[in-house]
Design a protein. Structure first.
Length: 425
């Protein structure tokens, strides 16, 4: 398919420029051939819109195999395409969990059959994806996975994490860590703050996160492993990561849109406000904002975690952990960070598209001739209300329901193919 995207503001090398973008046979090509009439093509009017590298989410849960009633590869990648994503990295809490080549192949076959955007699976760190016991067959999986994670579980033993880091380093892979010391949880399910105290809820202390971050930083420094911290939510974690970077540790981290926009003061007695880590304090949120401003927080990932309506209908105490985010991430961040002057549009693209790809070695970080045609077009002037009934994901649980967003994805192109489109041409 040949495409000519005309009249848009194109993100290149840190800034937006008024340019046209031409796509042929799955790659970006010299636009002059199209203007000269040498080739026929589909022309798309992108006036008053931005054209950016396809967003990349390094933390999603697509639930298949094993839990397809929550999400499938097809519905998850369709939601990703609607959100402007052309690359996603799936976490291993599946059935079977990808712990060796045989179990990984089950997921790879589904991805090949049903994936609408690029899907890069994580392999599990431990042999049963429990954060305990012995390591998975990391050698077998390494050529086929983006990295290793036990997301949903923190690796509880320091010696086991050190062993995993050494193995990952030898394989040239990233350890992407869910940091959670289970000995400090005490049955908690929301942040251990004022809302929990006032409303009789059991709290999750911040230390349960940052203590493992602290431990793992020392292990990463010792082993030289490429180490990535999932869904950072506390100010202590931000401070530790900032210091580790200054110390030369090979460390990156992500946070999620809900931690940047909401805090525990926004909680309601509704399962759509329950995720792990939980919404933290106003001070934690401010620390995360400062982290994305100064580069301590490298990227934004959604931790897209769909559940059934029943599983999310049991209030804060008994609902399942997890909310969806692929279809709301860009418009909510544009509305509450860019439009409020907290970060620039360019910085948002770096956080959501460029840096995730560079850290995890995912193609498509730049819109340049000869590069794969993975890109998205956004109408950043369009404001809308978040309505879960319009989602493509099977999940409907989001803390942003009913809030105003800004910026809608109107076209997503992955490997030169149109995978999402609301334009007429």
């Amino acid at each position: 398919m040949d495409l000519l995207l005309k009249g848009g503001k194109v993100y290149r090398s840190g800034s937006f420029e008024n340019e046209d973008v031409a796509v042929s046979d799955g790659v970006i090509v010299d636009v002059d051939r199209f203007h000269s009439g040498e080739r026929s093509c589909i022309t798309v009017d992108c006036s008053d819109k931005i054209i950016v590298p396809g967003l990349a989410d390094v933390h999603v849960h697509f639930r298949e195999p094993g839990f397809s009633y929550k999400e499938t590869i097809y519905t998850g990648t369709t939601a990703a395409a609607r959100g402007g994503y052309t690359a996603v990295c799936t976490m291993p809490n599946l059935d079977p969990a990808p712990v060796d080549r045989k179990t990984l192949d089950v997921q790879l076959d589904l991805i090949k059959r049903d994936g609408r955007v690029r899907v890069y699976p994580f392999g599990a760190i431990t042999s049963d994806q429990s954060g305990r016991g012995v390591l998975s067959a990391m050698d077998e999986m390494a050529p086929y996975v983006i990295g290793f994670s036990d997301d949903g579980k923190g690796v509880q033993g320091g010696s086991l994490m050190e062993e995993a880091m050494l193995k990952a380093k030898s394989l040239g892979k990233v350890i992407s860590a869910h940091c959670e010391d289970e000995s400090l949880l005490n049955g908690g399910y929301i942040h251990d703050g004022e809302y929990a105290a006032k409303n009789g809820h059991k709290g999750i202390c911040s230390e349960s996160e940052w203590k493992q971050v602290e431990r793992d930083i020392q292990l990463a420094k010792k082993t030289g492993c490429a180490y990535h911290v999932c869904h950072v939510s506390t100010r202590e974690s931000v401070e530790l990561i900032r210091a580790a970077k200054k110390d030369g540790v090979d460390i990156t981290c992500e946070t999620a849109p809900h931690y940047l926009i909401l805090c525990d003061e926004d909680l309601q007695e509704d399962g759509r406000f329950k995720m792990n880590p939980p919404l933290r304090s106003r001070k934690d949120r401010q620390a995360l904002i400062e982290g994305i401003q100064d580069g301590t927080v490298d990227m934004i990932a959604t931790d897209h975690a769909p559940h059934s309506a029943e599983e999310k209908s049991k209030g804060l105490a008994k609902s399942a952990f997890g909310v969806v985010g692929l279809e709301t991430a860009f418009p909510m961040l544009y509305r509450y960070l860019v439009s409020e002057g907290i970060i620039s549009p360019e910085e948002l693209i770096e956080l959501m598209a460029v840096r995730p790809r560079k850290r995890f070695g995912i193609t498509g970080a730049a819109i340049e001739a000869g590069k794969p045609a993975d890109l998205a077009v956004f109408d950043t002037g369009l404001r809308q209300t978040v309505r879960p009934s319009e989602f493509c994901t099977k999940g409907r649980s989001t803390p942003f329901e009913g809030m105003q967003s800004q910026g809608r994805c109107v076209l997503t192109v992955c490997e030169g193919n149109i995978v999402w489109n609301t334009l007429s041409f």
